[in-house]
Design a protein around this ligand. Structure first.
Ligand code: GLP
Length: 244
C-alpha cells in the first residue's frame, strides 16, 4: 500500500485522475470500478476535463459501480445511478450500456446482488477500482463487522453511515437503511486500487486503515494486503503522520 500525501483536495483529485487516465490510455478496454460520495467528485471533474481536451477516450471503457441504496431508483437525486450520470457519465463518451450500477429498485435485492456479482465475474473482474473511505472505515458499503463479507451482498447500513450520509438528504429519516454493495473479494481482486481520502473527519479512519491491524472492524484495513493500492490523501486527512 502506498500513501501519497497531497497538499490539498485539488492536488489529490488531479493526481488520482492522472493515474486513471493512464489506465484508460494504456488499456482502452479497461473495466473501471467506480465510487460515489463527495470525495471522488474532483477526480471525476478532472477526468471530464481530460476528455474535453481530447486526452482520453472512454468509448471502449466499461464501468462497474460499487454500490446502490436499496429502494432508490435512477430518478431519485440521491441514488448512486443518478449521481454517476450527473457527475461523470453524462459528460464523457461512455456508452450508457457499458455502465453498471446495482438496481436499487429490484424486487429481490438479494437476487440482484447475486446477479451483479455474476455480471462482474463475466466481465473478468475489475482492472482499476476507485474507492472512497467512510468515516467508520467502510469501503463501498462494506460496514465494520466481525467478519469480512467476500461477495456482493445486501447490507444493513450502520448508524454512523446513516448519520454521515444524511447530509445529502433533506432529513435523516429519508436515508435508506440498506444497500447493495460489492464485497471485499471483487475489490481485492481488482488489478489496481485507488483510495481517495480527504479532510480531517477521515483522519482517524485513514490512520487505522494504514497503520492498524487488518480487521473487519475497519474494512479499509484489508487494502494493506492488496499488491497495488495507492492511497491519495490530502494533508487534512494525514495530520496524524506529523503527531508526536
Ligand atoms: C458512501 C459510499 C462510499 C463512500 C463514502 C464516503 O457511504 N457508499 O463508497 O466512500 O460514502 O463518502 P464521502 O466521500 O462523501 O465522504
Amino acid at each position: 500500500m502506498k500513501l501519497l500525501v497531497c497538499n490539498d483536495y485539488q492536488e489529490m483529485s488531479k493526481k488520482a485522475a492522472a493515474l486513471i487516465a493512464a489506465q484508460v490510455k494504456l488499456f482502452p478496454e479497461s473495466i473501471l470500478g467506480l465510487a460515489t460520495g463527495s470525495t471522488p467528485i474532483g477526480t471525476y471533474d478532472e477526468l471530464i476535463r481530460l476528455y474535453n481536451t481530447g486526452e482520453i477516450d472512454f468509448s471502449e471503457i466499461e464501468t462497474v459501480n460499487l454500490d446502490e441504496y436499496v429502494g432508490l431508483g435512477p430518478d431519485h437525486e440521491q441514488s448512486y445511478r443518478h449521481f454517476m450520470n450527473e457527475q461523470l457519465f453524462n459528460h464523457i463518451n461512455l456508452d450508457p450500456e457499458m455502465t453498471h450500477v446495482p438496481n436499487g429498485l429490484a424486487a429481490n435485492p438479494e437476487e440482484e446482488a447475486e446477479n451483479y456479482e455474476m455480471m462482474v465475474e463475466c466481465l473478468g473482474g475489475i482492472d482499476l477500482q476507485v474507492l472512497g473511505l467512510g468515516p467508520n472505515g467502510h469501503i463501498g458499503f462494506n460496514e465494520p463487522d466481525s467478519f469480512f463479507t467476500p461477495g456482493t451482498h445486501v447490507v444493513d447500513l450502520s448508524k454512523e453511515t446513516i448519520d454521515a450520509n444524511s447530509r445529502f438528504f433533506s432529513s435523516r429519516a429519508e436515508v435508506p437503511h440498506q444497500a447493495i454493495t460489492l464485497g471485499v473479494k471483487q475489490i481485492m481482486q481488482a488489478g489496481k486500487v485507488i483510495l481517495l481520502v480527504s479532510g480531517e473527519k477521515k483522519a482517524k479512519a485513514l490512520k487505522a486503515a494504514v497503520t492498524g491491524p487488518v480487521t473487519p472492524d475497519l474494512p479499509a484495513s484489508i487494502l494493506q494486503l492488496h499488491p497495488d493500492c495507492t492511497v491519495f490523501a490530502d494533508e487534512a486527512a494525514c495530520e496524524w503522520i506529523y503527531d508526536d
